[in-house]
Ligand binder design. Sequence first.
Ligand code: C2G
Length: 137
Amino acid sequence: MKKVITYGTFDLIHKGHIRLLKRASEYGDNLTVVLSTDEFNAEKGKKAYTSYEDRKYILEAVKYVDQVLPERSWDQKIQDVKDNDIDVFVMGDDWKGKFDFLEDYCEVVYLPRTEGISTTKIKNDLGLEDSKHWEAK
Ligand code: C2G
């Protein structure tokens, strides 16, 4: 079984996320998504609107996704690849080059991002970027 892995926050999940997951899943037979916890998001300088549990629940309902694991640190990728017998690591190309160190352990693929959509754009378009409505639950 050819195993694929990808990482992300996947907040306010949208077509760009789904297209990434679909394309990633086509590199193998099984896709693991390592999902940023709320605590790790704080380290990334992100505050997801949707909690980790709810983002996990949603991703587990996506037909391209086989399992969801927590991403707690920048430093877990090599261990994740080893522990899960991963063959292919896939990320959007906004990360191009950043994870090439994984080439010692698996194939590394950067896919073109989907233009015109992002969680930030959704928040801005809804005028929610700084409003009180935006406080994380
Ligand atoms: N993505 C995409 N097109 C978009 C938006 C996002 O292809 N319009 C991709 C990103 O390139 C990424 C994935 O969807 O591969 C998840 O995006 P985010 O949730 O923004 O993930 P990010 O915060 O970049 O977290 O350790 C890696 C980090 O956890 C990545």
